[in-house]
Write a protein that binds this ligand. Structure first.
Ligand SMILES: [Zn+2]
Length: 238
């Protein structure tokens, strides 16, 4: 059988992909003010993902837009940041009253904390940032722990990969190897793909849920992921 779509087609496609890697449109970065083309990032590549001024990604820019409108929730507050991204740390430390960067395997000056069992006192923080961590852990335990550590009125700021077309989060105990996790969950150290029911999981942990969504004109202006979400879980006042 002859191949209708063979190496020549692959080569043409590869050239088009290469052309897309350095961006086609002018964008604006809300973190550093850079205006111009952005770079592609990721495997498979996402065109216009990374700011050439500061290295921000789509979720960092979405967070910065949220922060512009909601700075009061972090200004003068006690902030705990899991798996801290340097680019967001730089935004938060100048405005927060206190800042703890935390990771299972921290780099100084961050501290070692386990999101499933946070060794901090009840109601000791006002905001917790947790970007792309919940898909690595038992998110039910993690959400309950964040709720415990937050003071009433405090907020958990959450991002994670979500398949909006799936009603249910996909977890599979038979998937244990790095090879299989990549196939099933999209990354070798992910253990689930969230579906729409993650909203109920956040509510079940005791939070009131708000969502900050990437919509136009911000999507094309700042090169955001269309419909990208920042989930805001607020611990109710007593
Ligand atoms: Zn930038």
């Amino acid at each position: 059988m002859s191949l209708r779509f063979g190496p020549l087609q692959d080569l043409r496609y590869g050239l088009r992909v290469l052309q897309s890697l350095s961006g086609r449109y002018e964008r604006e970065c809300p973190l550093c003010g850079y205006r111009g083309r952005f770079s592609a990032f990721g495997i498979p590549p996402r065109p216009d993902a990374r700011c050439r001024g500061c290295g921000s990604m789509e979720r960092h820019r979405l967070f910065a837009l949220w922060l512009h409108a909601n700075e009061g929730l972090l200004r003068g507050r006690r902030v705990l940041h899991f798996a801290p991204e340097a680019i967001l740390r730089k935004l938060i430390t100048p405005i927060s009253a206190s800042y703890i960067g935390a990771d299972l395997n921290p780099q100084p000056p961050d501290v070692a904390l386990n999101l499933e069992q946070i060794e901090l006192a009840d109601a000791s923080q006002d905001a917790i940032l947790c970007n792309h961590v919940l898909e690595h852990v038992d998110h039910h335990r993690a959400l309950r722990e964040m709720h415990r550590v937050l003071a009433p009125g405090g907020v958990a700021l959450l991002t994670f990969p979500i398949i909006e077309g799936w009603a249910q989060t996909y977890e599979n105990p038979a998937v244990t190897s790095a090879h299989d996790r990549l196939l099933h969950f999209g990354q070798e150290d992910h253990i689930k793909f969230f579906g729409a029911d993650v909203r109920q999981h956040i509510v079940d942990a005791g939070f009131e849920l708000e969502e900050f969504t990437a919509v136009e004109p911000f999507v094309h202006r700042h090169a955001l992921l269309r419909g990208g979400k920042l989930f805001i879980g607020r611990k109710p006042q007593r």
